[in-house]
Design a protein around this ligand. Sequence first.
Ligand SMILES: NC(=O)c1ccc[n+]([C@@H]2O[C@H](COP(=O)([O-])OP(=O)(O)OC[C@H]3O[C@@H](n4cnc5c(N)ncnc54)[C@H](OP(=O)(O)O)[C@@H]3O)[C@@H](O)[C@H]2O)c1
Length: 339
Amino acid sequence: MRPVLLVPGGTGQLGRELVALAPPGTGVRAPGHAELDLTDGGAVAAAVAGFAADARAEGRCPIVVNAAAYTAVDAAETDAAAAFAVNARGPALLAAACAAHDVPLLHVSTDAVFAGDASRPYEVDDPAGPASVYGRSKLAGERAVLESAAAAWVIRTSWVYGAHGENFVRAMLRLAAGDAELSVVDDQCAAPTWSADLAAGLLELAARVAGGTPPRGVVLHCTGGGGTSRFALARAVFEELGADPRRVRPCTTAEFPRPAPRPAYSVLSRASWRAAGLTPPRHWRRALSAAVPAIASGEAADRRAMGSKPTSASRGNRGRSEAANAYSKKTLPSPADSV
Ligand SMILES: NC(=O)c1ccc[n+]([C@@H]2O[C@H](COP(=O)([O-])OP(=O)(O)OC[C@H]3O[C@@H](n4cnc5c(N)ncnc54)[C@H](OP(=O)(O)O)[C@@H]3O)[C@@H](O)[C@H]2O)c1
C-alpha cells in the first residue's frame, strides 16, 4: 500500500527535508508548530484522527513521522518543563493517538540519550544515561512511545545538519566565508548526519512499514557512517569551501563550557539499521562533500533573494540547535555574526 505521512515539526530541518525528498506517490502533510502543537492533546488527537480517516479513504497507509522536538539543548537546562512537554509528553500524546487509530509511528530521537563515556559505538540496547536535561527529556519520549500500544519505531540519530535551520555545518560555512580564526572542541566525537540522508532513511523505513515488511527491531540507529570530532568536522567544511583549514584550531570542552553537558563520544552503531535490511547512510565525509555545495548554493540564493538583508541562517545562533554550540571565535567581526 502507498504510504502517506503526517510529519509534526514539518517546518524544522528534518521536517522540511522529508517534504522535499518524499518520492512521487508518497503524500506528506507537514504541519509546523503553529499548525499542530504537540503539547495540545486535543489538537494531536484530532489531527491524527483526521489524517488516518483521509488516508484510508484514499486507500493509503497512514504513518506518523515525528520530527517535532524542543532542540535548544542549552536552554533546556533552565527550562526543563518546556523540554519535557515537547520531547516527552508530546510523543506520549502522539503515540496514544496513533494507537487509537492504528497508525504506525516513527519517532526520531538522539545520541544524547547516552552518557558518552563509551569506547566503541553504542548499540541500540546499551544502557542509556543522558547527562543533559535535553537528553533526559528525549529518553522519556522514547520510553513513552515504546510503552504505548502504538506500532512504533524509535530512530536515533546524531549531529544533524542541512540547508534549513541553525546547525553546526551552516555556522562553519558562514565563518569560512569570513577571515576570523576560531577554536572548536576536539574532544566531542559523533557521526555527522546530513538531514537529506536521514530523511531518505526514514522514507525507506516508512515504505517498508507501509509495504507490510516492517523491521522487527523497534529501536534503530540512523546516522552518517564513521565518526569524527567537531574540530575535524569544522576543518572538513573549510576544506570543502577552499578556505584555509588552519584557521580552525582545536580546543577542549573544558576551555569552552556550555550550560548543557554534551556526550564526549556518542557514535551510534548502525548494526540495527543494517540488520533491518535498510540502506545505511553514506560515510559522513562523503555526505559532507555532497552537502556543502548544496547548502552553500541555497544560502547564496537566499542572500540574492533577500538583497543585502541577512538570511535566517546568518542572523546568528538562537541557541536552538543541539549541534551549534561547540566553538568560539577568537575574533568577532560584528555582533550579527556572533554565535
Ligand atoms: N539537530 C540535531 O543535531 C539532532 C541530533 C540528534 C537528534 N535530533 C532529533 O532529530 C529530530 C529533528 O530535529 P531537527 O534538527 O529537525 O530540529 P529542528 O530543526 O529544531 O526542528 C524541530 C521542529 O519542532 C518544532 N516544535 C517545537 N516545539 C513544538 C511543539 N510543541 N509542537 C510542534 N512542533 C514543535 C519546531 O518548531 P519551532 O521552531 O517553530 O518551535 C521545529 O520546527 C528531533 O527529534 C531531534 O531531537 C536532532
